[in-house]
Design a protein. Sequence first.
Length: 345
Amino acid sequence: MKQLTLSTVLTNRVPNGAQSERKPAARAYLDNRVTKSQRENKRTRSQGARERLATKEHLTRLAVGLGEVELAHKLERCHSVVEFLFCPNKHVYRIIPNFTCEFRLCPDCGRRRSRKLQSKYLPAMRGFMLHRKVTPVHLVLTQTHKKENRKQSAERIKDAFTKLQRRGFWKQHFKGGTWSLEFTKDKNGLHHTHLHIIGFRRRFFDIELLRGEWLAVTGDSHVIHLKKIEDIATGLREVVKYVSKPLDIRRFGADDLKEFLGLKNMRMFGTFGEFRNFCKDFEPSDNEGAAVGDLESLARDLVEGCACPKCNEPLFSLRMSGKELPQFYEQVESSPPGKVGTSWN
Ligand SMILES: [Zn+2]
Ligand SMILES: [Zn+2]
């Protein structure tokens, strides 16, 4: 029965059932994309702030070029003045912007959005893992590139994923999870769309079998990556990153922005399967709430003069133009602990 769903390619690779039980070599789990993004995470705060500023300036120029005056204006206003709360030992607690544009490609608003998703879903994920005895994995599904627009490319991969979830193999091995979309474009202008999935695995399986399932629903795509998630907080951060940064905007042209504006209502992140239902009625218990190490909700109550929860020094509040932020962070990075903020302005 199981052979019915497998392609010829796969049947050749997995000649008998016994082999499919074998644990594949660790190499099969290596995912270059994930390793690459972990390197990106090592950027300093000032580098990150500088990149966000450059991205926003680039987007604003493109918007002006397209006559999207309102969008350009919003992007310019977004985070143009920021107020923040920090301590002399470099612990930054809160950044309060004067205005948020909520444009999906805005890197500042994207960061806020991905933080919100993390604080919303992390407790639910921890609760789900505890109650359902599942192992989280990061699964990347890819598809062959065709001449199509971004929307068609996204719909094609999402449709295939819907089909995959209806199959017996998937139901036997997964109990739902989250998905997010990532778009890239190659030098020939073809769209590469990937689905990043946090899947809650019920039991171990040979990745080749899943590859066969994916090939069966897409008809032509067999490139997938699978990596066990050791720490769910890190895993979730990896995946929601694509919500804040769905594509490489530095290589973005006016046509790309125009096309993206047409995608207005497309969802970029979602939950599925049993995890989706679990989230609907999930109320974190005291234990699970505490497990999140809820610094974020603690930070909401802090004001200037309060003691820093990490080092007890009094907190400062500072207001500056968003354009000054990278310089400010540079100063923070090069100051000895205990001296931050005292010489700014
Ligand atoms: Zn914004
Ligand atoms: Zn501190």
